[in-house]
Design a protein around this ligand. Structure first.
Ligand SMILES: [Zn+2]
Length: 255
């Protein structure tokens, strides 16, 4: 089974770029990674996330942050690493989509191939300016041992593109584009991509739960706690001192 590590850029202490209206890069990258992950899982691809909520498992320091992400991908033996970002520039007119692979390495060819596929699908689906595929010595591209890609979906520093990034429909197009590229990369079938789920659907308060990773194992449903609680409008917080997970849900759901 093909295994992909999805890396939602930034998170926790690090908001990443912040748009004019206050949209944070870390929230966009997380939403895109989780939804992309659900499409990949439906298509028979195993997905590992470097983070699947706003809490991060690494210290609040940039080098340890990036090292932590690479360690997760390397230890999971992923076949492909995809770091998801939104761009930012001093010039508010800068716009468009670009995708990176690593500069010099044996795995460069596979990484460059994945980068081309992702860029092509994103440009076709989002219709933004095609800034092309590029190479760079980015930490997460260099220190991961598998083919690795970093994609910049659009510019948060461009008010039009920030507006687009805030729309769930626009993000869904990006997620499906990335998923389609990954499915093509592994030579798998695109048949399952447009289905919400090939198995039983998880529906929460009448809405298909695209942002809640879940599995059914031997007839029991296992959901990822933080996303599940948050989809119910609640909060879950880790208390390091007492080693407890504190969950708070609105009264109406307790009944
Ligand atoms: Zn970023």
């Amino acid at each position: 089974m093909a295994r992909v590590c999805l890396d939602p850029g930034h998170g926790g202490y690090d908001p990443g770029a912040v748009g004019i209206s206050g949209l944070k890069e870390k929230d966009i990258t997380l939403a895109v990674a989780l939804e992309t992950g659900s499409y990949l899982t439906n298509s028979g691809i195993e997905v590992i996330f470097t983070r699947d909520c706003d809490q991060v498992s690494w210290p609040s320091e940039i080098n340890q942050d990036l090292a932590g992400r690479c360690r997760i991908a390397n230890q999971a033996n992923a076949d492909l690493f995809i770091s998801i970002h939104c761009n930012s520039a001093g010039n508010p007119d800068a716009r468009g989509t670009e995708t990176y692979s690593y500069t010099l390495s044996d795995r460069n060819q596979k990484g460059a191939e994945a980068s081309r596929l992702i860029q092509a699908e994103l440009v076709a689906s989002l219709g933004l300016q095609n800034r092309g595929t590029k190479t760079n010595n980015f930490y997460v591209l260099r220190e991961t041992v598998m083919p690795a890609v970093l994609t910049e979906l659009a510019f948060l520093s461009n008010s039009e593109e920030e507006q687009l990034l805030s729309q769930p429909d626009f993000r869904t197009r990006a997620c499906k584009a990335i998923a389609r590229a990954v499915i093509k990369y592994f030579g798998l079938s695109l048949a399952d991509l447009n289905q919400v789920s090939t198995g039983p659907r998880l529906v929460i308060n009448g809405e298909p739960a695209v942002n809640v990773p879940y599995r059914i194992i031997e007839g029991k449903t296992y959901v990822e706690l933080v996303s599940f609680i948050s989809s119910l409008g609640g909060q879950s917080l880790w208390d390091e001192k007492t080693k407890s997970i504190n969950i708070q849900i609105k009264k109406s759901y307790n009944a």
